[in-house]
Write a protein that binds this ligand. Structure first.
Ligand SMILES: [Zn+2]
Length: 417
């Protein structure tokens, strides 16, 4: 089945964040396509008498903090979320498709192999969403033959080749024996012995870019030979797959990353090989994974001294865990608290409050997120910058200071400089 000829690839971008850690060079080709909520009051955390409550400091209309999308690229940050993307809440339904070729035959359609990508990814994605997104997957029970030479896709180097055609060919090969109405996206495995399909990544096209008899898809994943071994290493196996699922959900690489080198520390979307994997609060806000009463939204123009208490961003309790101070319609300061947990490998000194600029005028690898502050602490050679009690940052007339900290969260003062 042919995919839409109206689709135009505007860019092919190498996934630099992963490429950086070398072991993890995952290519993502994401076609820019044409096309491409809602809210309420956040809860009022009550301050002690020294500080104003939110009522005084204004806002808490979460719409104020729904920074505008400034590009039609579906993975561009901001609101509203592109309607070509899969739903970010509810159930995300996925299928692994094994394929082979006349020049590279295989009989391996192994659930056990696919589970090395899926099972931990399911736990991770469901944890990041606080259970708002359930992730389920099937595995094709046979290997589907694509009657082409496996080298036609040219997937032998980052940024090269036609992964989109591979994914469409896999769907077409499986279509007679597969009910695609049961799925939201697919991942294609060539034979593990492939010598011609090396790279991996998420490949998005226009709405209905991939066609099957029952249903069309806009996004798919292909995993090549470079990513089919050494599956327990960082940036491989489940962490690589989870990063790609982040792309399927509409997240892109949030940090400035133009010149190689290791990717940023915070967030698996910033660096597929990071040891600090929890998605940042901004990503969870974008995906509607935070309940209204878990988000504090303030206007930078109207701030009076305000104190808030934030639980760690990973907390499953329904309480404040992400704060935004809106600076203008495309920029805000984000504040969240990070603690060591299953996914964040932080020591005591590295835990703390993270304060960052969110800028929706930026795109992939251009610095949608920038860690703020003058504290130049490093982890794995990259900026850490988490704040301890007594420390703070000042940015564009807004001061954020950590007052106190314990296991269950940090108390933070926000005021005008
Ligand atoms: Zn990526």
């Amino acid at each position: 089945m042919q995919h839409s000829v109206s689709l135009v690839f505007v860019t092919q971008s190498v996934d630099r964040a992963e490429a950086a850690s070398r072991k993890t060079k995952i290519r993502v080709i994401m076609g820019k396509w044409k096309h491409v909520s809602a809210l309420c009051l956040a809860s009022v955390f009550l301050s002690n008498s020294t500080y104003s409550s939110f009522a005084d400091s204004e806002v808490n209309q979460l719409s104020t903090c729904q920074l505008k999308k400034t590009s039609t690229w579906p993975l561009a940050p901001g609101f509203p979320r592109s309607n070509t993307l899969v739903e970010s809440t509810g159930t995300l339904r996925h299928l692994f498709i094994y394929v082979d070729f006349p020049d590279n035959k295989s009989t391996l359609a192994s659930k056990k192999f696919a589970d090395q990508y899926f099972l931990e990814s399911k736990k991770f994605i469901e944890a990041q969403s606080y259970g708002k997104l359930k992730f389920v997957s099937d595995v094709s029970t046979k290997v589907f033959r694509i009657n082409k030479n496996s080298s036609v896709y040219g997937l032998i180097a980052d940024g090269k080749g036609d992964g989109m055609q591979l994914i469409q060919d896999a769907i077409t090969a499986a279509d007679p024996e597969t009910d695609f109405s049961k799925y939201d996206f697919v991942t294609v495995f060539p034979p593990i012995t492939t010598k011609t399909i090396k790279t991996a990544g998420t490949i998005g096209g226009a709405l209905d870019a991939y066609k099957s008899t029952e249903k069309n898809f806009s996004t798919g994943i292909a995993i090549g030979q470079w990513y089919m071994t050494d599956l327990s290493s960082p940036g491989r196996g489940w962490s690589m797959f989870s990063h790609e699922v982040g792309h399927v959900l509409g997240l892109t690489h949030p940090y400035f990353q133009k010149n190689g080198g290791p990717g940023a520390i915070w967030d698996l979307m910033g660096n597929g090989g990071t040891s600090v994997r929890e998605f940042i609060g901004w990503h969870r806000f974008l995906l509607s994974w935070l309940a209204d009463k878990e988000v504090v939204c303030l206007s930078g123009q109207k701030i009076k001294p305000t104190s808030i208490r934030l639980s760690p961003i990973s907390s499953r309790k329904v309480e404040n865990k992400f704060a935004m101070i809106q600076l203008d319609e495309t920029k805000a300061i984000g504040i969240e608290v990070r603690r060591k947990n299953l996914y964040d490998n932080l020591n005591k000194n590295e835990e703390g409050t993270l304060v960052y600029l969110i800028d929706t005028t930026k795109g992939d690898d251009e610095g949608i997120i920038t860690i703020l502050g003058t504290k130049k602490t490093l982890k794995d050679g990259q900026l850490l910058g988490s704040l301890k009690p007594g420390e703070g940052i000042a940015y564009k007339g807004v001061t954020v200071k950590v007052l106190a900290s314990n296991k269950s969260g940090d108390s933070i003062e926000i005021s005008r400089s």
